[in-house]
Write a protein of this length. Structure first.
Length: 172
């Protein structure tokens, strides 16, 4: 499948997660073919706002759902909740909407980078997220991010989603 192609091209571990307003659950995982893998198992839980996948999901939520999340005391968008920078987050969300993917450059776990892109259903609602974890260089973010976004788009199309030009555009 195309997700295995993503794993091969990035040599990273890919995950598919679904969530609710609190938690993202890993429901599928495939270890990369690089030198390192990650011991996260299917069923692993992350805070819904954690790192790249949190930004990718949050970016495309309806405004009322975003407000509920932003009113929570503990937000993990930049790793430790004490590191949250709301101005920077706003810039990252704009970039995510433009590129179709979000980034985490080692903030959730030092030395481990993550790129994530949302998966939509036929109504355009976010129903999950594809993300990769790896020790790849920041120089590869644009290339790998475009691959993650393209694969999320393909998976979304299987759920009946038709991308609107106004939603986001992938680069590459």
């Amino acid at each position: 499948g195309f997700l295995l192609d993503l794993k091969e091209k990035t040599k990273s571990t890919y995950f598919y997660g679904v969530g609710n307003e609190e938690i993202l659950f890993v429901v599928a995982k495939e270890d990369g073919n690089g030198e390192y893998g990650f011991s996260l198992r299917v069923g692993h839980r992350f805070p819904i706002t954690a790192g790249a996948h949190g930004k990718a999901v949050f970016t495309f939520l309806p405004e009322d759902e975003q407000k509920v999340i932003l009113n929570k005391k503990t937000l993990y968008f930049h790793g430790d909740p004490g590191n949250l920078d709301r101005d920077r987050l706003e810039d990252e969300l704009i970039k995510c909407r433009q590129k179709g993917y979000a980034e985490d450059a080692g903030e959730m776990q030092e030395g481990i980078n993550a790129l994530a892109s949302p998966v939509f259903d036929s109504s355009g609602k976010v129903i999950g997220v594809i993300f990769i974890l790896g020790i790849f260089s920041k120089k590869l973010f644009l290339q790998y991010g475009a691959l993650v976004a393209k694969n999320a788009e393909k998976l979304s199309s299987l759920f009946g989603y038709v991308k609107e030009k106004s939603n986001y555009s992938t680069i590459g």
